[in-house]
Write a protein that binds this ligand. Sequence first.
Ligand code: HEM
Length: 330
Amino acid sequence: MFSESENHQAHGLSGGTTDSSDTHTPLYMTAAEEAVDELERVSGVHPGYRRAHARGFCCRASFLPSGKAAPFTTAPHLQDREVKAIVRFSGSSTDPALADLLSPAKGMAVQFLLPDGGHSNMVGVTVPVFFARTPESFMEMLTTLNRTKTGQMPKSEALRRFARHFSESRQSLLALKRLKPPASYATNLYYCIHVYMLVDADGRRRPVKFEWIPDSGVQTLSIHDAAAMPDDYLERELELRMLAQPPSFKLSIVFGEEGDPTHDPTKRWPSDRKRIDAGRLVLLEPIAEPQGLVMDPTAITEGIALSDDPILNFRRDTYAESLKRRSGGH
Ligand code: HEM
């Protein structure tokens, strides 16, 4: 397993050596640098943009907790006081110019602004599972895709490699295939995928997953109708919707049971798990993106802890690397 300390080593996932097929790779890279390089190969470098979920739209929001999560966590935003939040909706593509219709999965990243001046993030997407179980496997799939595209890898070899990962990617591919174009960013169900631990006042830890459920219900468009929309129809629609009536989401917390996996983002939990309605997020108005905003899903407050999911733990350094590059104008 890929531990957090290993993420910080100056050795990449591929062992930190050069690959003969890529003469531009320096000798020693961190795993996060390698991952972000590989993301940049998907659609090229778009200076100033995030290396994934490149195009997005930010809103000012308010979260009113229901108090039902308070017995399970000391997290300040899950008690009984309203907190402010920043929400960024995004298309999943690495290319900021790609039409909304063409990037199937959408993202919703929430940054709760805590009373002590700190913050806590919660990042969701419209599919319930990820396609890779470990950073190594994520990298192998991404490099295979990129190298096949540029003709550096024969298709037969690519197929052999993808077949190796088929069982872990299957649920995610099926979910992506079932996705229909959303009617609005405000009418999607967003899954935060990874397991987190809620920590109560006595230090007891309970595994949970977070989901954002739209109050207006899940609404989709036919491909035909979505194809007639402007490339950025989701941003335009959300602006208009916020003027008419503030859209809102319910935060649903799902509790894991004995034996439910905590380390595997490719696996769902059984659908009968206990849930609580932890509060309501209301989208208030569009805002310009705050400078330096990074929705690192490992940046969380006390009362919530990371699980042993290696993908979750790997995301911290890759998001920091992407921020470093985009803030430097690259
Ligand atoms: C190995 C796994 C992953 C890698 C390497 C990765 C990488 C990245 C990078 C580099 C960014 C841009 C960060 C920035 O510049 O601020 C990003 C953004 C994002 N990622 Fe991931 N990611 C991974 C897994 C996931 C998963 C499992 C989810 C599902 C919840 C996810 C959802 C998102 C979303 C919604 C954004 C946009 C955040 C925002 O609006 O600021 N990613 N990802």
